[in-house]
Ligand binder design. Sequence first.
Ligand code: DLL
Length: 436
Amino acid sequence: MENRYFQKEIETMPVEELKALQSEKLKKQVKHVYENVPYYRDLMDKKGVKPEDINGIEDLHKLPFLTKADLRDAYPYGLLAKPLKDCVRIQSTSGTTGRRVVAFYTQNDIELWEDCCARAIVAAGGTEEDVCQVAYGYGLFTGGPGLNGGSHKVGCLTLPMSSGNTERQIQFMTDLNATIICCTPSYAAYIGETLEEKGFKPDDIPLKAGIFGAEPWTEEMRRGIEKTLGIKAYDIYGLTETSGPGVAFECSEQTGMHINEDHFLAEIIDPDTGEVLPEGSKGELVFTSLDKEAFPLLRYRTRDICVLSRKKCSCGRTLIKMAKPMGRSDDMLIIRGVNVFPSQIETVLLNEGYQPNYQIVVDRKGNTDTFDVHVEMNPEHFTDTVSGITAKEKALANAMKTMLGINPAVHLVAPKSIVRSEGKAVRVIDKRKLHD
Ligand code: DLL
């Protein structure tokens, strides 16, 4: 496929030029924040840094970090850098993990955000000929509005479906010949499963590409979705704090997501010491938004763990790539002292021939953590004998022990008995928190 870009000059800009552009923008942005956000000015003053000390990206490390705790402290208006009369929109996280983030946008912030999403759609092969079904949630969640705006910019016929009502999703998809779908990977898997049940074969489904993100998903899950829907599945990354989806997006090479570096300056740090790590090291992703007017975060710690790479990409983009985040450091479970990421469990399941329909339940009995993994049987297992099922549970528990170093109790449950998600999947129920 011929490489196409939404903003070619930026997406293929020589790295030295890109860095010079970032340096220019950084200087201006630090000044803007220092002058307009007393909360961050205090942090800079405490660290003894003034805007004049920042002469380019090489000085970035001098700036203080911002964390989720700062966002909480400053809620709702404390990090706003523009008068409210200049802001035209808010978006917000669901707040299910106890933190609610409210992000503000000027009209220009929205334009740039939608450009980022348009870059992602074009990189996935989107053109004005396409019909783009946006099945991320609309409303406060950034997924629907972001991809909706990007789809308009590309000139696709946009189906603003929002998430849920899977019957209607399928009806519109097939009646209107949707060629691109945007939703969470878990919802894509669910739509695929429903299409399969209805007797659709991959060739009967009009889709050619999907743009999936907002939650961690494995390569194995990608292959599963690509097979059932007969599409190429592209990853997209972002967070409410930095606008939403479109901070980074995948190209046809599918080996990591290009970060929109003209708008977002990325660093990887050691999450324990805050030390900046060299390219290729695994650590916590930190972003500085270079253009945002209303809610510009400098050195914002995402908690997402990943790796950056500037290896040459066959798509011609020079933008640095981030690997799939392996989960957030705050998604990590510590069970009997061992670090466990849900994505590790998912990898084992897919390697062992199961679907990624599972739920992890952690609790505490006495002083010991209990660790149960409920996994759906494949339909062909359903008729097995009890001893056959017990043997399968043991085999799966052993494979998980090899991956994690601790032994879970695996329970095979009936197909389709684990609740499906139309947005971000709920993979973990940690009951220990109830006792704390
Ligand atoms: O999930 C924005 C988004 C919408 C991204 C649609 C992509 C598509 P939040 O709800 O604020 O924003 O959650 C952000 O989700 O810090 C990551 O931990 C996780 N996340 C987002 N995209 C990916 C991805 C949206 N592609 C948090 N892979 C982030 C893994 C992801 N994790």
